[in-house]
Design a protein around this ligand. Structure first.
Ligand code: DGJ
Length: 740
């Protein structure tokens, strides 16, 4: 049973295989949070955990039996202005200007499974093991109903939380903040771990010890952003990859977000996760409701590898589009870094032919196929083929590509418009821009107002035509700038602060319409690389372009950081040309391949220009990848050595098959050292009792030996063939195969 309810005491115990989450109704009808962490027995009451100690100089409310000081109570969903002075989970303004509300418990509802939300991406489950609990709270004075929703996924140790506000009264209400989830932890001995960066340098691990006061990460870029990812961990300082307590929080949302921890005067830690209250408000007219995005909560006392693994399992089974979630993803070639805007059918077909010869499965035509787009100043919105480049049309190219036995994919940037486009000339009011101000361009382009149904409809119709005419198998959906000048010509003046959220709802609407109409099209999301690498988009697009940085070395950091919160199957990873376009660095074909294997492999370079040797290497890489694809995309991922720690010179990671009969570990070394220390690779996750061969080793090793004693690695540099030894920017793969 996932949800245990003590009827007398009104204690709600959400229990997974390894985690407990407990809250109760207090005497005044408000909710008190009791516990979140490693599983504990279920009881009628937890008085020890709710004991109140009276402190001086505090606001308090009394009952006959007890004395309550809101500022030191662990609250389930805190309100504003009644004595809890920490930042609240929600705030609702009334017609008279008051922001004071009091939510009291009314009832609960328990159901099997987890239904999808209607307008937002969300977790789902038909499975009987999953249970959903809804707690209804009411502010009687104004008729504000708040439903707290919890779905318990017992085997992945995940609880999904969200909140729905409904106005059942007569007055107009205005929601000023509406976080999805609140957790009040009883102490503050935690590291706050986030994943930060910038364009081409996404999701680098950042660790800070939490202290008294507020610490947060957020986005106001109308996208989850390159700069901060909505995924955070709170870990005990001694927690390692394999041991120790760690909480994970994420948000199934792609817009402005806030992840905040407030350490109070009594060293409790309040974690708030949800839509960023800045630049947000929502008019809640009588008889309307507002649903927040869902927050994903998880805990493990077995360290960070375990929490990443249980989250990966959860996303695969309960979030990502099931049509593709467990399906092996095609090896692709993308023409972007090969040609940029400069191509014609002949050039593209030469790439496609070579691709087919070398074992590629999907050909992706990137930016520049439409309007008259020879550079990035024009044509966004005009999703009609450029007959100068492709005189016989898209369908002709697509037919030829299909004839080669390849799938055909196409790039779109559906949310954008260029000044120089028929779309802008015909519908200038469809662009987001503030009245009488000159809008700020980003990459020479502007953003369409996706809060408008007519805009979404128009783009849907255009994309549908292209999908049908070219029998598309795949779409890369790009988004290359954040919103500025946030103003919608269609929204009333008083609703302008709803734009950011309405915009992202429009994006979701278009995704859903396309998926419903074309269920077999695989979507890859992209936002100048990893600017919207979030769970919201993963619901629709099972994979995402991890970063515009294709340099193998930089990718080690990016993919390592990303792996904390997201499964390998979601990470697009390509081999590109050297010197690398983003860093100018030279790395070997082998290292580039060894990094890109750990994700959805692709090639993004002019493969018609490869030497014979490189072509052979590429063919071998693809053969090797296909042989081990299940493992690379869906294996259990272990981080062994972090490039973010120590001198950052080495990274080691590993994937292990479900049956533990196969594993591949990779060791990457940034700079070579002379006469280095002896080296052992300590495998993880193997079956201790199985025997394995490593690469072509003659010796056979028990799993326990490989995990506990390690595998000795020879490091002597072969100067005649440095890449096989241990020169700079080198990589080595260790394939463990169980033997009888
Ligand atoms: C940014 C993407 O991340 C690139 O891969 C490429 O698609 C360009 N946009 C095209 O403009």
């Amino acid at each position: 049973m996932a949800v245990i309810i003590s009827q007398d005491e009104k204690v709600f115990h959400l229990q997974t295989d390894e985690v407990s989450y407990v809250f109760q109704v207090m005497e005044n009808g408000e909710l008190e949070q009791i516990y979140f962490g490693k599983r504990v027995h279920s009881k009628e009451a937890y008085r020890n955990l709710t004991t109140k100690e009276r402190r001086e100089a505090m606001v308090a409310w009394r009952t006959d039996r007890d004395y309550f000081q809101p500022d030191n109570i662990k609250q389930e969903y805190s309100s504003f202005g009644k004595g809890d002075f920490r930042e609240p989970a929600y705030q609702v303004e009334q017609e008279n200007g008051s922001r004071i509300t009091e939510l009291k418990y009314q009832s609960y509802r328990l159901a099997k499974g987890k239904k999808r939300l209607s307008e937002l991406p969300s977790a789902f489950a038909e499975n009987d093991d999953v249970e959903t609990l809804e707690i209804t709270l009411l502010d009687k004075l104004i008729g504000l109903q708040v439903v707290l929703k919890y779905s318990v996924f017992p085997h992945q140790n995940v609880i999904v939380r969200s909140t729905e506000f409904s106005n059942q009264g007569d007055e107009k209400l205005n929601i000023l903040r509406a976080l999805s989830s609140q957790i009040d932890l009883p102490d503050s001995n935690y590291d706050f771990i986030s994943f930060a960066g910038s364009w081409a340098r996404e999701r680098h691990e950042v660790i800070r010890r939490i202290k008294s006061g507020i610490q947060s990460i957020s986005s106001l870029r109308t996208a989850s952003s390159h700069q901060q990812n909505p995924f955070i961990l709170l870990a005990r300082p001694e927690t390692t990859e394999d041991d120790g307590d760690v909480f994970a929080f994420n948000l199934i949302y792609s817009g402005n977000f806030l992840d905040q921890v407030e350490v109070s005067q009594y060293d409790t830690s309040r974690v708030l996760v949800g839509i960023n209250p800045e630049e947000f408000s929502w008019h809640l007219d009588p008889s309307t409701s507002f649903q927040t995005p869902e927050a994903v909560l998880s805990f493990s006392d077995h360290g960070k590898n375990k929490i990443s693994q249980q989250l990966a399992d959860f996303y695969q089974n309960h979030l990502i589009n099931q049509r593709f979630a467990k399906q092996q993803r095609p090896v692709l070639v993308n023409n972007w870094e090969a040609t940029y805007f400069d191509f014609d059918e002949k050039k593209l077909l030469a790439i496609a032919e070579k691709a087919a010869e070398l074992g590629i499965e999907l050909f992706v035509l990137d930016d520049g196929w439409f309007g008259h787009r020879d550079d990035d100043t024009t044509s966004l919105g005009d999703w009609f083929v450029d007959k100068n480049k492709l005189p016989d049309g898209l369908s002709h190219l697509s037919e030829k590509v299909h004839d080669l036995g390849l799938k055909f994919g196409l790039w779109f940037e559906p949310e954008m418009v260029s000044f120089d486009s028929d779309l802008y000339r015909n519908h200038p009011d469809w662009m987001i821009s503030a009245p009488k101000r000159i809008p700020t361009p980003g990459r020479n382009q502007f953003v369409l107002d996706f809060s408008r149904d007519d805009v979404v409809e128009y783009i849907f119709a255009l994309m549908s035509d292209r999908i049908k005419e070219s029998k598309l198998d795949y779409i890369k959906w790009d988004m290359n700038r954040y919103i500025t000048d946030a103003f919608s010509n269609q929204l009333p003046d008083s609703d302008q602060k709803e734009l950011a959220h309405r915009y992202i709802l429009g994006v979701y609407k278009l995704y859903q319409r396309l998926i419903d109409a074309f269920p077999n099209v695989l979507f890859e999301s992209c936002a100048s690389g990893g600017g919207r690498f979030d769970l919201g988009l993963m619901y629709y697009a099972p994979q995402a372009w991890t970063s515009d940085d294709t340099d193998a070395l930089e990718r080690i950091y990016i993919q390592f950081g990303t792996s904390y919160g997201y499964p390998l199957s979601t990470m697009g990873a390509h081999v590109s040309a050297v010197p690398n376009y983003q860093t100018g660095r030279l790395t070997s074909f082998k290292t580039r391949g060894d990094v890109a294997f750990f994700g959805d492999l692709g090639y993004e370079l002019d493969i018609t220009q490869l030497s014979d040797k490189e072509q052979l290497q590429m063919k071998d890489q693809i053969t090797f990848y296909k042989k081990n694809r299940e493992l690379f995309q869906f294996g259990k991922f272990y981080r062994i050595e972090s490039p973010f720690s120590g001198d950052g010179n080495v990274a080691i990671w590993e994937v292990v098959s479900k049956d533990q009969k196969q594993a591949i570990a990779a060791r990457y070394q940034i700079l070579n050292k002379p006469n280095p220390a002896y080296l052992r690779i300590y495998f993880k996750g193997l079956n201790p009792n199985l025997k394995y061969r490593i690469n072509d080793s003659e010796e056979i090793f028990y799993g326990d030996e490989l995990m506990n004693a390690g595998y000795f690695v020879h490091q002597i540099l072969n100067i005649n063939n440095p890449i096989s030894g241990s020169a700079d920017f080198s990589s080595r793969l260790f394939v463990a195969q169980a033997v009888e």
